[in-house]
Design a protein around this ligand. Structure first.
Ligand code: IPD
Length: 271
């Protein structure tokens, strides 16, 4: 009996509130609270604060819902609704005061993402999507084609491709080698530092495509729906769904070309 539109409204309100707190109450000497998988994988006190604010806001209105958050929220729930939360996606950017970081909230009903919001406070951008109804940036409909593509599929050699790297050194070495092979074949590469923003960038045509190995559910829940609702394709390699193994997003045409390159390089495998 959950209405996706109402869920999106709550998600948007909480993402905006968390965004405000992250901007206005960022300590001057923002320390790193702890590291996670490796010294490069940091979590700040503000990641934890943002997740707490969002979780409390959800449970105050919807006490029976499930939760999955990057900073530890994990709850089954009984309503069939689950909130997938990245309280700061792009934590390293946030730490260095690079404006490309966001709050990402995806909402699932019975395991399917039905609504998503990516709030980018420093850019003044809010990306939203509702399954079956479209994707928007600050309320305006967006499409996953860049202005350069004139609505036609972009060939690989003219594609601006975003990517990201995991935190484990071993995996980075492999990812770096694949990017080195891709670089001569494309217009250029971007490493923005937030998977959720990379997906929104595909959705509004700010880049042509995106791929990354090692994304977690909270990195891609909202942004993945935003890409699809903007007419882009989202998936993994060899016909699988987007997952920790590989996430690829692009407009049709380029999507297939990117998947083909990545499959040839076994980019969804570590060896
Ligand atoms: C990270 C960012 C980064 C991506 C990593 C993510 P976090 O999320 O999205 O761009 O390359 O895979 O883990 O740790 O800043 O929330």
């Amino acid at each position: 009996n959950a209405d996706p539109k109402e869920l999106l409204e709550l998600a948007s309100r909480l993402a905006a509130e968390a965004g405000r707190v992250l901007v206005q109450e960022r300590p001057r000497d923002l320390g790193v609270a702890s590291t996670k998988s490796s010294p490069t994988d940091v979590v700040t006190v503000m990641d934890q604060r943002s997740e707490k604010l969002i979780v409390e806001g959800i449970l105050a209105e919807r006490p029976d819902d499930g939760l999955l958050g990057e900073e530890g929220a994990n709850r089954e729930g009984t309503s069939g609704v689950r909130w997938v939360i990245d309280p700061i996606d792009g934590t390293v950017n946030y730490l260095y005061e690079i404006p490309q970081w966001c709050v990402s909230i995806g909402v699932e009903i019975d395991g399917e993402t039905v609504a998503g919001v990516v709030e980018i406070p420093m850019l003044g951008e809010t990306f939203t999507a509702l399954r079956g109804h479209g994707a928007w940036r600050n309320g305006e409909t967006i499409r996953a084609y860049s202005a350069q593509s004139e609505g036609k599929p972009v060939p690989l050699e003219r594609a601006l491709v975003a990517t990201g790297f995991g935190y484990a050194a071993q995996r980075r070495a492999v990812q770096g080698a694949i990017v080195a092979d891709l670089l001569p074949l494309v217009r250029d590469i971007r490493r923005g530092g937030s998977a959720a923003i990379d997906l929104c960038s595909v959705a509004c045509g700010r880049v042509d495509g995106y791929f990354e190995r090692g994304t977690n559910p909270w990195d891609i829940a909202a942004g993945g729906l935003i890409v699809q609702e903007a007419g882009g394709k989202l998936g993994g390699l060899r016909g699988t769904a987007a997952s920790v193994d590989m996430t690829v997003a692009a407009a049709p045409g380029l999507y297939e070309a990117l998947c083909e390159f990545l499959e040839e390089h076994d980019a969804d495998r570590d060896s």
